[in-house]
Design a binder for this molecule. Structure first.
Ligand code: DHE
Length: 515
């Protein structure tokens, strides 16, 4: 299929009379195809199709090619391409493919595979506290490691799909873990039996997935096509495809989907339409407070039988690229890459209730909360500037900006730890990680566990005794620190470990980690 599509792209370009089509295609193959796919359908990087480039203007796309894109793996190509070459590549990627593959229920179903049985078990088939296991995603060679969090020893290592992205999500008992890859593969792994149970390709280019708090459903958010896909969490069989369509039939990519457990709903932010969607999965959907309804109850599939999944559309002033929920999921804090700043949405009211005065590019998706001087605060790193912003959750005021050695990606803490950790993901100090005292809001220590190599993404063990930090390198490691003394206690070699995810902290929705 890849070859055919590529040939069709070429033919289309020639038909358009583009004399340099050959050169541009060669440039694309040389510089872009490895990440964005030979057929422009995406891989490690997003799909490069007009349908998917959404809000990006052509001039900005030229800048991205030449200067790189902040907060992503997209490097600057100005040393390899001149302005004209970048412009010709932009023309190419804004030319529609003659045919974007269909990816509906039928195509999704054809990829569905059940790979192992799920025997009845009282606990893991190996000796370990099931709630203190970690999954470590090793992006370098597309594997994942199950780690015993008491002994800090690997239990099992297995192959994953290419380019997993986003946090894997656990079932409520911690037995099963669900992964999403950038090219749309969803897999379910049995942590107790150490086997992949099922897999399905739910999208061509996927953002992330969410698992309902009652363990019945998995919702997948896609960039391509512009859909949400509902799967049966038992075996990942596809249940329905929801088109993301707004006013005037405009369609949109999904920025991300999350489970709002106390609300028994999935919440989806949209990238091209200024709306949030809330989709209830309870058997007796509550009446809608405020917002337009898309009623899928008359559609095909499971919803027809059960009356589930009404979509509530909440209109906003701006798109959301990145967002965060209060611990009770009554408030959503979101930011847009274009307009900066933040907005607070009250979920029951279904509207924005406040703006937050934030500069740079706050990464609210990595935000964490804790109690400071009798009030709840939210701390968020910034993908654009070297600072951590501290926001009072009662007044939405920024009460402090903590300077860091450069823009950061991930932030973490634990209820039992006096410290919050933030990395410096971008720039010359990418090998540094700051430790912040949660009560003085000052950096108390800056660690450089592997000078010259990116150090990023911390996760605590169940009790908050140890903090695990990744060295993002093909010859990388997970470095285990004593969370009180900040001394290194162990170094586990791993292949570019990106994130690590502790079962207990995730299933109890610890305030110190992502959910
Ligand atoms: Fe991520 C989580 C979006 C680039 C590594 N990233 C997420 C989530 C979103 C997101 C919405 C939350 C999903 C979830 O956990 O369910 N990421 C984006 C982007 O829009 C961005 C900036 C551009 C893009 O390429 O999509 C982006 N992300 C990256 C990277 O370049 C990283 C560093 C390497 C990679 O894997 O591609 C990266 N993102 C991660 C990781 C998480 C993540 C490790 C999980 C964090 C966690 O601890 O929960």
């Amino acid at each position: 299929m890849r070859f055919t599509l590529c040939a069709v792209v070429l033919l289309a370009l020639f038909a358009n009379g583009l004399v340099e089509a050959d050169d541009t295609t060669a440039l694309y193959s040389e510089h872009c195809a490895a990440c964005h796919g030979e057929s422009r359908l995406g891989g490690m990087g997003p799909a490069l199709l007009p349908e998917n480039l959404g809000r990006l203007k052509k001039k900005a796309a030229v800048d991205v090619i030449l200067s790189g894109r902040a907060a992503s793996q997209m490097p600057a190509f100005s040393k390899h391409l001149d302005h004209q070459q970048a412009e010709s590549l932009v023309e190419m990627i804004y030319t529609p493919l003659p045919q974007v593959p269909e990816w509906g229920l039928e195509e999704i179903s054809s990829t569905h595979r059940i790979l192992a049985d799920t025997p009845t078990l009282d606990g893991p088939v190996f000796d370990a506290d099931p709630l203190n296991l970690f999954i470590v995603v090793e992006l370098g060679d597309h594997h994942a490691t199950v780690l015993n969090g008491d002994k800090m020893e690997p239990v099992h290592r297995f192959k994953t799909h290419f380019a997993l992205h986003g946090g894997p999500k656990y079932s409520s008992d911690g037995r099963f873990v669900f992964f999403a890859s950038r090219d749309g593969w969803i897999s379910k792994f049995d942590l107790w039996n150490l086997k992949t149970v099922a897999e399905v390709r739910a999208g061509i280019n996927t953002r992330n997935l969410a698992v309902s708090a009652d363990d019945r459903f998995v919702m997948v958010a896609n960039y391509l096509p512009h859909t949400l896909v509902l799967l049966d969490a038992k075996d990942l069989s596809p249940m329905r495809v929801i088109d993301i369509t707004g006013e005037n039939n405009a369609t949109s990519r999904a920025s991300a989907v999350y489970t709002a457990a106390p609300r028994q709903s999935f919440v989806v932010a949209l990238k091209d339409i200024p709306e949030i969607w809330e989709i209830q999965y309870r058997d007796d959907p509550l009446p809608v407070y405020n917002g337009l309804m898309h009623d899928y109850r008359l559609g095909e599939g499971l919803a027809q039988e059960t009356g589930l999944f009404p979509v509530r559309r909440i209109g906003l002033d701006d798109h959301l690229d990145d967002f965060f929920f209060s611990q009770d999921y009554s408030l959503l804090f979101g930011t847009s890459r274009d307009t900066k700043g933040g907005q607070v949405v009250q979920m029951d009211l279904g509207r924005k209730i406040a703006d937050i005065n934030l500069d740079g590019m706050p990464h609210l998706g990595s935000g964490i909360t804790w109690e400071y001087q009798g009030r709840q605060i939210l701390a968020t790193p910034n993908l654009g500037t070297g600072q951590v912003s501290i926001i009072d959750l009662a007044t939405y005021e920024v009460i402090k900006q903590i300077p860091t050695l450069g823009p950061g990606f991930f932030m973490r803490s634990h209820e039992n730890s006096p410290f919050a950790w933030v990395d410096v993901f971008f720039g010359p100090n990418r090998d540094a990680v700051h430790v912040i005292n949660k009560q003085t809001l000052e950096v108390v220590e800056t660690l450089r566990p592997a000078p010259g190599k990116t150090a990023a993404h911390v996760e605590f063990d169940r009790q908050g005794k140890h903090a695990l930090l990744s060295i993002w390198d093909m010859e990388g490691a997970v470095v285990v620190y004593d969370a009180q003394t900040l001394k290194e206690v162990k170094r586990l070699p791993m292949v570019k470990p990106s994130g690590k995810y502790n079962v207990f902290n995730k299933i109890t929705r610890s305030a110190g980690t992502s959910h």
